[in-house]
Structures are given as C-alpha cells and as structure tokens.
Design a protein around this ligand. Structure first.
Ligand SMILES: *Cc1c(COP(=O)(O)O)cnc(C)c1O
Length: 401
C-alpha cells in the first residue's frame, strides 16, 4: 500500500506555487545582466523594477524603499549590522546610540547577530515574553532610553505563531527616537501588512515561506532611514546590496506576492476552521496535550502542542512513517537536541519543550488531511508514552534523559 504524503510544515518552507513555477520557467530564457545597457540587460532590469513595484505595493511601501536581498536571514543581518557599520553612511546620531532591544523569541538569525554585536560592544537587551509568547510592553518602556538605537521584534513567531502588537511597539520606539524593525517573514503573505500602519522603519520578508523560491528575500527601508549595505562593492539596488541581481528569484517573489494578494483572505478563513478542528480533536483524543502560543493572537495556520512523556523527535519520526511531515520546535535548530529557546522563554519546562511538535498548514492543506492527522496522532503518542516508563499520566514529568 502506498503511504500518503501530508505536508504540514509550511512554516519551515512551502512548495512553489504553480503560477510562480510557470513564471520562473519562462524567465529562465532571460539571462541578461540587469546592469547592462543593451536590450538583454534592459529587459531583465525592467522585470526587476516591475517586481519591485508589486512587492512594495503589497506592504504599502514606495518602490524606492524596497531592497532585494538573498534571504530573510540576510535582511535581518543587514538591519542589525547597521550598528557595526564603521563607515560614515550612518547618521552620527544613530551611531551614538549603541543599544539594541530585541526579544528572547526571535529567529536565530536575529539572536545570533545580536550576540555577535554584543561581543563587539553593542548593548543588547532582550525582552521577556509571557506564557503565550507576547512581549512585555512594560519592560520595553523600562528598557527604552536615549541610548537605544533600534528595537527589533518579530511580527509573528515561526514556532508558536504568536503575534505581537508591532504598531504599539513601533510607536513607543519612535517616541523614544529609536528605529523600529520587524522580522515579518512569517506574517508576510498570511495577513495584510502595511508599513505605515505598523509604523516600522525596516521590515523583513522572504519568498520561500509564501510559495516563492528559496534564496530570495526583501528588506523594506523607510525613506530617509540610516542604512549601511551588508554586502558592498556594487551599485545594484542603488548601492544598498551589491551583487548581480537574482532576476529569477526576484520575479518568483513578485509572482508569489501577486498570488498571495488573491488567495490570502479566503485561506485565512479556511485555516481558522481547520485549526479549530485540529485543536479540539487533539484535546478530545489525547490526554495531557498542552498547547503552546497564544489562543487568539496567533497565526491561523500554526498549531504548536506538547505531549509530556513523548519526545518531539520521536513523534516526528512516527508521523513521518505515516507520511505526515511536521516539525519539532524549530527546523533551524534540528540536528541540535537543545529544547526550543522560544518555548523556554514562555516559561515552559525543558520536558514540555522537548515534547512539542509544530503543525503548520498551507494553501493546499485540506480538512481531510487534518482528519488523517487526528486518526494517526493519538496512536503515535500512546505508543511513545507506553515506551517511556517514567511517564505518569496527567503529570508533566518525564525521566531525565
Ligand atoms: C524562515 C525565517 C527566517 C529566515 O528566512 P530565510 O529566507 O530562510 O533566511 C527569518 N525569520 C523568520 C521568522 C523565519 O520564519
């Protein structure tokens, strides 16, 4: 019997949208260097500028404010690295402020870059979160001082789906004369985002989380905001990101955005219905299931749940045998057995964090697939728990490793 394949790991990456694939296959014929002045170059250049208009328009930005970069990770590195910029491109007032505020639940590309900056003399203050993963606004107010140059808080968390009040955080940052950045990789294309409503100076996007190609992202930079290129040595992107443009990737990203504009709204309603069935089903069929993330202020496609007494990795592998692809805490940390830094920040015990899986739905996910998960998962959990001699039903306690 052929096992069926159910992909429920869309927060890690998504398949190409058929329209994106079509667009990219056609674009492969077009090889001109966008910097060349001849017809081959001009054609590529025109396509890139058209793509820039689409992506900028989607977030309420002006096309001049959009920089194409190699990934979401690169966009985040670029913003944080403004602090390490020794050139005179940064305005003096900004350079004088040497404190960054960010949160404990950011993507590793923000946290590790912050750590690196801290070793080089930048002061980094990490905001705590509550048990649902919402940042502590009072603590933010406390941390804001005239030395804070940048506040960086993600719009939606990739592991638990929790949303932050970016408008409010941005308002407080600006009141303090600080710049505001949000890593919107997970929220982008899942909900409407407008850079003016959010009140951000920088916003990070990535294509492969929205059915676009891998290795292409975009960074919104508000007009007039201090900026230093992370990759130097070329006039591309108006000197903001050197390197011959990834024409194919850029066109794929723009097509993905166009499709999001058409599909996003209906899809959010579908997700909400499927999420409700999934959460209720798990609650009814599995003892002691502990949900992570905010019950309402959360992305409708994401369910993160812990099963004390069952290791996340074991659950993942058993589900994989049934053709179901989910992830443990974080795809980026897989290979490491460290418990998720996000779940630990919400006050979860290491045991609870170890026993968690993330189910993230996508545009092709069906209610029937959710029912299949609900048929398979209870058996998987009880099997793993029965092998774990130390698991005592109803108690969040497992044996030491
Ligand atoms: C995936 C992801 C990134 C990294 O984007 P890449 O394009 O894969 O480098 C950054 N932040 C969040 C929240 C993500 O989910």
């Amino acid at each position: 019997m052929e096992t069926r394949r159910v992909y429920l790991d869309h927060n890690a990456t998504t398949p190409l949208h058929p329209e994106v694939k079509k667009e990219m296959i056609e674009a492969m014929e077009m090889f001109g260097n966008p910097s060349s002045m001849h017809a081959f170059g001009r054609e590529a250049h025109a396509n890139i500028e058209h793509a820039r208009q689409s992506v900028a328009g989607f977030i309420g930005a002006h096309e001049d404010e959009l920089v194409f970069v190699g990934s979401g990770s690169e966009a985040n590195n670029t913003v944080l690295s403004l602090f390490a910029c020794a050139s005179n491109l940064c305005i003096p007032g900004f350079k004088a402020r040497q404190t960054i505020i960010t949160s404990r639940i950011e993507h590793p590309c923000v946290l590790e870059t912050s750590q690196c900056l801290a070793h080089r003399g930048t002061t980094v203050k990490l905001l705590d979160v509550d048990r649902y993963g919402r940042i502590d606004i009072d603590q933010l107010k406390e941390y804001l001082s005239d030395d804070v140059g940048l506040v960086s808080v993600m719009t939606a968390n990739n592991e638990i789906g929790t949303l932050q009040d970016i408008s409010e955080i941005g308002r407080l940052a600006h009141e303090n004369g600080s710049l505001m950045h949000t890593d919107a990789v997970q929220a982008f294309g899942k909900m409407p985002l407008d850079v003016d409503e959010l009140g951000v100076d920088f916003l990070t996007m990535s294509a492969h989380k929205i059915y676009g190609p891998k290795g292409i992202g975009a960074l919104y930079v508000r007009k007039g905001t201090p900026y230093c290129p992370f990759i130097r040595g070329g006039h591309q992107e108006k000197g903001r990101r050197a390197g011959t443009e990834n024409t194919l990737g850029i066109m794929g990203l723009a097509k993905a955005v166009e499709m999001r504009a058409l599909e996003m709204e209906d899809e959010a309603r579908r997700f909400a219905a499927m999420k409700e069935v999934l959460v209720k089903g798990i609650e009814e069929r599995i003892d002691n299931a502990l949900f992570n993330g905010h019950p309402e202020l959360s992305m409708p496609n994401t369910v993160n749940v812990s099963f004390p007494g069952a290791e996340g990795e074991a659950i993942l592998l058993y589900l994989d045998l049934a053709g179901i692809a989910v992830s443990t805490g974080s795809a980026c940390a897989s290979g490491s057995l460290d418990p998720s830094h996000v779940l630990l920040a919400t006050g979860s015990s290491a045991e609870r964090a170890h026993g968690s899986i993330r189910i993230s739905m996508g545009r092709e996910t069906t209610m029937e697939e959710i029912e299949y998960v609900l048929d398979v998962l209870p058996g998987v959990i009880s099997r793993i728990r029965s092998m774990s001699t130390a698991y005592i039903k109803g108690e969040e306690h497992v044996a030491a490793k």
